[in-house]
Design a protein. Structure first.
Length: 86
C-alpha cells in the first residue's frame, strides 16, 4: 500500500502489515503511530495471556495481524492521506 500526504506530498509505503504485526505485536502500531490500536493490541495480548496462556498470546497476535492492514489503511485515510497504490 502506498499513501500520499495531500499537504506535503510525501509518500509512505506500508507493506507486509500482517507479518510485522504478527512478529512485533503492539510495537508495530507504535511504529505506524496508530495510538488507539497500540493500547488495544497491548490489552488484547495481556488478556489473551492471562486467560489462555500461550494459546491466548498466539491467538490474540494472529487476530490483530489479520486486521493490521485494514487498521493501518484506515489510519492513513483518517489522517487525510490519499491511497495511490497497492
Amino acid at each position: 500500500m502506498k499513501f500520499k500526504d495531500r499537504e506535503t506530498g510525501s509518500i509512505e509505503e506500508s507493506n507486509d502489515c500482517f507479518w510485522w504485526s504478527l512478529l512485533a505485536g503492539p510495537i508495530y502500531f507504535v511504529y505506524k503511530r496508530v495510538w488507539l490500536h497500540v493500547f488495544l493490541s497491548f490489552v488484547t495480548v495481556l488478556a489473551g495471556i492471562a486467560l489462555l496462556g500461550l494459546i491466548g498470546l498466539i491467538s490474540s497476535l494472529l487476530g490483530y495481524a489479520y486486521f493490521a492492514e485494514k487498521i493501518v489503511r484506515n489510519s492513513y485515510l483518517k489522517k487525510g492521506w490519499e491511497e495511490i497504490g497497492y
